[in-house]
Every structure is written in C-alpha cells, then in structure tokens.
Write a protein that binds this ligand. Sequence first.
Ligand code: BJW
Ligand code: ZN
Length: 243
Amino acid sequence: MQNGMDRLREALRKAACVSVLTGAGISAESGVPTFRGADGLWENYNVMELATPEAFENDPELVWRFYNWRRSLISRLTFNAAHKALAELETRIPRFTLITQNVDGLHAKAGSRNILEIHGNLWKVRCVECSMIVLDHSPDMGHLPRCSRCGGFLRPHVVWFGESLDPDILQKSLDASRSCEVMITIGTSAIVQPAASLAMEARRSGALTAEINLERTGHSEFMDLVLLGKAGETVPGLLEGWS
Ligand code: BJW
Ligand code: ZN
C-alpha cells in the first residue's frame, strides 16, 4: 500500500500540468513570520488589522512603519529548501504554475519563473494618485514616501482585505487551477478567499489535490492527500528518486 508521499511523487512524475499554491508557511523556515500563528503580532498590533485600506487611511505612518519593518526583516532573509525544491520541480514538469499568496519575493529569489503573486509584492510600491508602480528594494522607504511623478502618497503594492485581486492574475490562477492534473497547497491556512478556493476549483476539474502543512486545515478533509510536516523537509522529498 502506497503512502501519501509515494502517491504524490508518482502523480507528479506522470503529470504534464501541475499547479502549486503557497502561503506564509513555506517562508516560515526562512524566518518570515506567518499571519495567523503565534508570531502574527507586530508591536502588539494584530497584523490582520494593519493589512487593510482603512488602517492606511487612518494612520498611513503606522502602516508604513509595519511594512518598513517587514522589508528590513525580509531583506536579511533568504529562500529555504522548500522554495528551492519548487524551483527544481518547475524544470521537470512541462506546464508548471506557482501561485503564491506571499509577498516576500523568495520564490523568485530561489529561481522559480512562472509565478503568479496573487497578493502582490512587498518590493513594489504604488502611487495612490497616479497608480504608477515602482520596484524599490530599500529596506526602509521612510515614514511617508511620495511618488516621484506626481507627489502623491505611495502605498505597498499588496492586496489588503476588502480589495480586489488583479483580475488578470486571478484569471490566470483560476485557469492554472482548473487545467492542472495535480494541485498542491503548501503552508497556507486556507482561510483567505479567493486563494482558498483554488484547490477546490482544481478538484472539481478532476485534479489530484494534496496539502502540505504542519497541521490539518479546514481544507484537509476535501484534499486527496494530506502530508503533515515542515515544508522545508516535505517539499524536497517530492524530488527524491527522480533522476
Ligand atoms: C507551515 C509551516 C512550515 C507554518 N511548514 N506549513 C468569502 C467569504 C468571506 C469573506 C470573503 C469572501 N471573499 C472575500 C472575502 C473577504 C476576504 C477574506 O477572505 N476574508 C477571510 C478572513 C474570510 N478576502 C479579501 O478581502 C480578498 N479580496 C477579495 O476577495 O475581493 C473581493 C471581495 C472583497 C470583500 C468582500 C467580498 C469580496 C483580499 C485578500 C487579501 C489578503 N491579504 C493578506 C495581506 C497581503 C499583504 C501583506 O502580506 O502585507 O494576504 S492577509 C494575509 O492572509 C496575507 C496572506 O497571503 C493571506 C493568507 O495567509 P496564509 O498564507 O494562509 O498564512 P497563515 O498565517 O494564515 O497560515 C500559515 C499556514 O502555514 C498555517 O496553516 C501553518 O500551519 C502553516 N505553517 N509553518 C508547513 N514550516
Ligand atoms: Zn503618482
């Protein structure tokens, strides 16, 4: 009788089209705090309350302080074995899409190429007036950064609660979920929509679905395979014995 890891390895080896959805848990072993874990607090603020347009409207300096703290922290961190293994998996599968909820940029740093960043990117900022998007890797953007073109306020180019996802990126994510033969979710609590529904879309379209997480989530009962363990140990295991 095959265990979950063996079944997933075999399915991956046969598949021509694979999609993966990652969440904060894949970067946890790099040192990036997750959102809903014990580390989901910053200076006693619930980070979920800072990731909203209302928080930015009420106190943009506070929100920028939070994002500058994260930029500074993440600029000192790097990818881990799970990010690296996904970049390697991509080279072995004809059609591979990596959908990530993470804004840290660590998948690209690890060498992944076909990435859909559905919640944006921490290293991009956007003008609230003229919408110009700029890539800026400064660990600290200052207390209230302004647009170089129109002088408007800049904000992080990320998706906050109540905001719509980029329709093009969302459509590509839905297409990748509906067309794949295997869909793996890694390190996500599967609470935040619409990301959480992507694995269900894949399942409805006939894909084998697998979840890799430290613990069971609200989605575990709907997944074909549930592999419990650290992403940094479990994801590299998918490549074992694959010459
Ligand atoms: C490990 C590990 C290790 C740890 N190895 N595993 C339908 C019903 C109800 C509400 C809604 C709905 N549709 C939309 C909504 C509203 C809302 C929503 O979903 N709310 C829920 C809370 C219910 N969604 C939205 O507002 C979205 N917009 C939208 O849908 O627009 C249309 C619309 C609006 C309003 C109403 C209706 C429709 C936008 C969502 C944007 C989310 N933004 C954030 C912040 C991004 C910017 C930033 O980073 O600063 O995205 S919130 C935060 O949550 C972040 C994450 O990407 C996201 C998901 O979190 P994730 O990645 O799952 O992390 P955690 O911490 O929750 O879980 C970590 C997991 O890892 C855990 O399971 C651990 O066990 C595991 N783990 N270490 C393996 N080593
Ligand atoms: Zn501007």
